[in-house]
Design a protein around this ligand. Sequence first.
Ligand code: PLP
Length: 447
Amino acid sequence: MLWNSEEAQLLKEAVLNLEKGFSTLPKFEPQLKAEQLKPVLLDVAEKMRDNYPYFHPFYAGQMLKPPHPVARLAYMLALYVNPNNHALDGGRASSRMEKEAVAQIAAMFDWKTHLGHLCGGGTMANMEALWVSGRLNPGKAVAASDQAHYTHGRITGVLKLPFREIESDNKARMDMNALEDALKGGAIGTVVATMGTTATGSVDPLPEILALREKYGFRVHADAAYGGYFTLAATLAKETTAAYRCLDRVDSLAIDPHKHGLQPYGCGCIIFRDPSVGALYKHDSPYTYFSSHELHLGEISLECSRAGASAVALWATQRALPLTREGSFARSLEKCHAAALDLYKRLCDDARFMTAWVPELDIVIWVPRANTVSEMSALSSKLFEACAEKNLHLALATLPARFFGKGFKGDEESLVCLRSCLMQPEHLDGMDAIWNIFSEVTEEVTA
Ligand SMILES: *Cc1c(COP(=O)(O)O)cnc(C)c1O
């Protein structure tokens, strides 16, 4: 299931091809004591069995998506050189590939100008955006919805910027009246628009946020860590599409290639629309930049050392699967969305369950119907565990009970619900099998 001999053969051919570039060097055989490494590696393999099967469509829980084979292979290939993209001296080819890959991401959002780079992940990308915001609007607050990623509160703590939490509406999107009230209070320098919340995939109303910017003046940062790639999908609801269509007007944007972009972990991306923010990073370390006058990635990044392999893997993936609305990558995202709509419909058609709203992206939340919030929470947890025993891996989320309407006794404010991130296109084809298990398990648990 995991092993594929074609993949191994491809890696061998590619490494031998890479080696040709260094053929003028005196012979140098790397030391590898296979007989000593074997027990270690087999032990590692055994330990790694203690994982949920993230690579299988029966893993339909948290926000985890298997990397594309081309990303895995290109990453491994790059490891034979192990470039460091902190400066051109650390990785010439991989720095170029990073710039190209990031430019393709900026073009995906129809940006005409950009400055940006890869980073460790969405948290780092958001931190960098808010760091720039803080430099440009010193002392002013950052506002994000109560459904925004939890790290925004923490990041602003690190940056010593005030944080304003804006209430969400009943579809988990930032409430525009609440935002305007906060803006009237003044002193908000940045509004974070979440383009796909981590819990439910809800997309903040960016057109309205941008309209408020005209009136009150603030920076807009789009946290598209999870949902950014859906800008390529043609099947989203009208309102959701309208929000994506104005991403070319935000000031900065964070997107995670290691979420929906088919990359191994350690690949986030931050882009700024105005390249002049690069001046804010200025420093003059005596050791990093000694051989080039070009602008290095290390000169426009908060992090220093970064895996060049991440850039190589991303570049290779985007070469194989271009970020276009016409391409197969866009179609695979639409399949994820379709899988969510499929699951949503099955849940709506079944009196045993209650769902919230039509999924905007590919995350579905639901609960087994019961009289009270606490009963539904307890049942959700039971179903979650019972499904896992049958190899079907869902996730749990604690969310405001108001997301599920009013057809129950609200003995508690928060409700533990079931949540499924359908991030693999294979989830669509596998939905019958997933549903059959889930339905049977529900039958057993509620009997
Ligand atoms: C995942 C996520 C983050 C954090 O990204 P990491 O890559 O996990 O650091 C931030 N914002 C949103 C909306 C996310 O979904």
